[in-house]
Design a protein around this ligand. Structure first.
Ligand SMILES: [Zn+2]
Length: 439
């Protein structure tokens, strides 16, 4: 067993439905007792030490020990395609993202990209992710293998498209079905891996392809993820392609793809009818603030989601998003709600911590295992500790209380402040700056 001593913070309640202050658990001098990767006890360090006087202690002085971050929308093939600014969604896809995605047909290339992607997540304190995969089965094998060997909580799937995109990214519904089934057989449920049925979006998936996705959802206890309502031109094009559908959500819903195992990214331009269906059916929406800002997609109507009972989580949406560090997404989410004025939802630092951790666990259906530090859960954690002499360090020292410390962390922390990461109790060997761990 190991007794971790740190300033510990997590959210054990939902600040959107309850009192935010009561959602936060914070121990200035806290302790977590961990055995075989599972949290056995949590409390003040002094009391835990008295009860377990002989256990080795890992001292994490300074900074904050937080649950590992959970990214619910991030594209593995786009890790080398960040920073393409100045374009709306469909132009950015054509010029930046999809040419890079095509390169993953080469397994050697995919292997290098997977290593950079998975180590990039860990270096940013992200221990669980719903990963938008590649269009190629061999590239998915590489990703799953890398995540399995690292012990990461990764849910992902082969990206399916059968129209509109460049031809090398397309496959037939029959091939998509067969290749997805084979990947589910090989990877779903191994270690901490799970499978997500992943049509790119209705714009590039025909009725037959979406029907194949529906078959896959019925055949196994897998997740479903895709994009929705990100950009006006995209929404209008989808409406033209599906004249028989009530709205964008209906293109998925009529194939049985909207339910408690569904996470849809963006939903910036949702109708009230769509929000009602999402809320009734218990589906989740991954809000991707830096991506929405970079592509000029719009200001996320968070309040309307909360009012309809739609669960929200955070996604970095790399490579349209501007990095893998979830606290940056939290800060950008806060900015966007401020900019919405009276239509916005003021987000406290407690909301931001919830969105970056426990909310993601709920969306991914793994809240019984990760997302906070409750006894019985797996010890996935990130120690955010300011670099010596940094402005973040100066501010953290002068924080007045736990909420203030979180506010300063979301405002100022960067990936350089990720001092240590644990996956199920095992400390991750993080790449030193300029050094990459072989995948
Ligand atoms: Zn995306």
């Amino acid at each position: 067993m190991t007794l971790f001593r740190a300033t510990i913070m997590d959210t054990t309640g939902d600040p959107f439905t309850g009192d935010p202050a009561e959602s936060l658990l914070a121990d200035q001098d806290g302790g977590l007792l961990v055995r075989d990767g599972i949290i056995l006890a949590r409390g003040g360090f002094g009391a835990l030490r008295a009860a377990h006087p002989r256990e080795p202690v890992t001292e994490l002085s300074g900074g904050l020990l937080l649950p590992g971050f959970i990214d619910t929308h991030v594209h593995y093939p786009q890790i080398r395609a960040i920073g393409g600014l100045g374009m709306p969604l469909l132009d950015w896809l054509e010029r930046c993202a999809l040419p890079e995605e095509s390169r993953l047909a080469d397994e050697t290339y995919a292997h290098a990209v997977a290593g950079e992607f998975l180590d990039g997540l860990l270096s940013c304190g992200t221990t669980s992710a719903l990963v938008f995969g590649a269009h190629f089965t061999s590239a998915m094998d590489v990703l799953f293998d890398g995540a399995l060997r690292r012990g990461m909580n990764v849910t992902s799937g082969l990206v399916l498209s059968d129209r509109i995109l460049r031809p090398d990214l397309l496959c037939s519904p029959a091939d998509g079905l067969a290749e997805s089934r084979a990947l589910i057989d090989r990877w779903h449920g191994r270690g901490r891996l799970r499978y997500a049925v992943t049509p790119r979006f209705s714009l590039s998936a025909s009725e037959a392809m979406l029907a194949a996705c529906g078959d896959l959802m019925l055949s196994a206890d897998v997740m479903f993820t895709s994009h929705i309502n990100e950009n006006h031109r995209e929404v209008e094009t989808v409406a033209g392609l599906f004249p028989g559908s009530r709205d964008y959500l209906d293109t998925y819903d009529k194939h049985g793809l909207v339910g408690e195992r569904t996470v849809l990214a963006h939903n910036v331009h949702a109708t009230d009818a769509e929000l009602a269906v999402l809320g009734e059916q218990g589906a989740f929406v991954a809000h991707c603030p830096t991506s929405n800002s970079a592509l000029g997609s719009g200001l996320f109507p968070l309040r309307r989601h909360i009012e309809r009972g739609v669960g929200i989580s955070l996604g970095s949406d790399v490579g349209a998003g501007t990095g893998l560090f979830l606290p940056k997404e939290g800060l950008q989410a806060y900015f966007m709600q401020q900019l919405l004025g009276t239509d916005g939802t003021p987000l406290s630092p407690i909301h931001l911590l919830f969105l970056a951790t426990a909310a993601g666990a709920r969306a991914l259906g793994i809240a019984d295992r990760v997302g906070d530090f409750s006894p019985g859960k797996e010890f996935d954690a990130v120690w955010v500790k300011p670099a010596a002499g940094s402005t973040y360090g100066v501010n953290l020292v002068h924080a007045s209380d736990a909420t203030d410390a979180l506010a300063r962390t979301f405002a100022l922390a960067t990936p350089a402040d990720v001092a240590a990461v644990w996956l199920r109790g095992e400390q991750v060997v993080l790449p030193a700056p300029g050094e990459r761990i072989p995948s």
